[in-house]
Design a binder for this molecule. Structure first.
Ligand code: 5AD
Ligand code: FES
Length: 367
């Protein structure tokens, strides 16, 4: 078996190399984390960028087997912020010098919803004199809708593939036309074709998932040429079908460790992309996001949803900070980033350097 230090010297990595990196422990793990921290510093620097996350509605048409806000969960109290509540949160982000906001919600393809988003994008641009960057994370939509939103001013889009293994995808979603792997993949291609900076990601430690699946996820990000990745541990939710398999999962601590290794290996593989330290890391370890920053992540998405709605956007259990108000988060984050030896890129968009480089050079594999 090749040693970890030999693998870390390489400039291209086989699937087996990646599997070995994901399984390393002890001193080898320390080497991996040192290499990823170094890579991060020389390619994207020390800056950590904030995206103010507004979870504006937990109403969802879909029924993913892992997700607490799935349509069939009738124990969820559903909410939908009105426009002025959303714009208040946006103003908060602007006043606190966050470079960007992320609008996230459950999935909804109705014209009322898609028109509303378009309107909100224009209002956010106006309210901030074009200063705030806008990221959308509102699921699978048609090409026309993606295009309208892009033309209105959104410039980044997050759509996690959840797993790049179509068989595993099938196991964690209902078998119907709303949950098709190829549709999701096609959406990622559409978003790139339209001109968005495209972000995707996976859950780590899902039931039935193997190390080889995770290595393939990393290769998928690389082959697609993704600009941003957000990935974190899968956390079981008692009101979802996957809860049945909770006894087959890795212990939480191991899922957490594996997530850090995924971030570190990805940073080494894709040196200049933006990598988010997922909130789910913090659900397991109070310093989870900071640890993610240390080993390679450079984006944090502070939750700026008004406090009284936060408890109801419960994708997984034990979600952190649900009782805070946004203002409390800002002071808290300042301290946290300093602890992780980072600097905050206040007032900057913090675009993916990977995107900057590929602009005008779209890969030829577009459908
Ligand atoms: N554990 C961890 N992450 C989850 N997500 C949804 N449910 C869970 C869960 N139980 C993630 C999915 C989704 C994102 C918004 O939250 O990856 O894309
Ligand atoms: Fe809402 Fe999966 S349950 S998108």
């Amino acid at each position: 078996m090749t040693s970890i230090s030999t693998i870390l010297e390489k400039t291209s990595f086989s699937q087996k190399d990646l599997e070995q990196l994901l399984q390393c422990e002890g001193e080898e793990k320390t080497l991996l984390f040192m290499k990823s921290a170094e890579t991060k510093e020389s390619f994207v620097g020390k800056k950590v960028y904030f995206r103010g996350l507004i979870e504006f509605s937990n109403v969802c048409d879909k029924d993913c087997f892992y997700c607490g806000i799935r349509k069939s969960n009738d124990q969820v109290k559903r909410y939908n912020l009105n426009d002025s509540e959303i714009l208040d949160a946006v103003r908060f982000a602007h006043e606190n010098n966050f470079g960007s906001v992320v609008l996230q919600s459950g999935e909804n393809g109705s014209p009322v919803f898609t028109d509303r988003i378009e309107n909100l994008i224009r209002e956010i641009k106006q309210l901030s004199n074009n200063r705030l960057g806008i990221t959308l994370s509102v699921g699978e939509q048609s090409e026309t809708v993606y295009r309208r939103w892009f033309e209105a001013g959104a410039h980044r889009y997050l759509l996690r593939i959840e797993t790049s293994n179509p068989f595993l995808y099938r196991k964690i979603h209902p078998d119907n036309e709303l949950h098709i792997y190829d549709t999701r993949m096609n959406c990622l291609y559409l978003l790139r074709k339209i001109g968005y900076q495209v972000g995707t990601g996976v859950m780590i430690g899902l039931p039935f998932q193997t190390i080889s699946d995770l290595a393939n996820d990393l290769l998928f990000f690389q082959n697609f040429g993704i600009d941003m990745v957000g990935m974190g541990p899968y956390i079981e939710h008692s009101q979802t079908p996957l809860y049945e398999f909770r006894n087959q999962l890795l212990p939480l601590k191991e899922r957490f460790d594996l997530s850090l290794k995924m971030i570190a290996v990805l940073r080494i593989l894709m040196k200049n992309i933006n990598i988010a330290a997922a909130t789910a890391l913090q659900a397991i370890d109070p310093l989870g996001r900071e640890k993610g920053i240390k080993v390679g992540a450079n984006i944090i998405m502070p939750n700026i949803t008004p406090g009284f709605y936060r408890n109801d956007y419960s994708l997984y259990e034990n979600k952190p900070c649900v009782d805070e108000e946004p203002a409390q988060c800002v002071g808290c984050l300042d301290a946290r980033i300093a602890l992780a030896d980072g600097e905050i890129g206040y007032g900057e968009w913090g675009d993916s350097l990977h995107f900057e480089k590929r602009k005008g050079h779209l890969p030829e594999d577009l459908p």
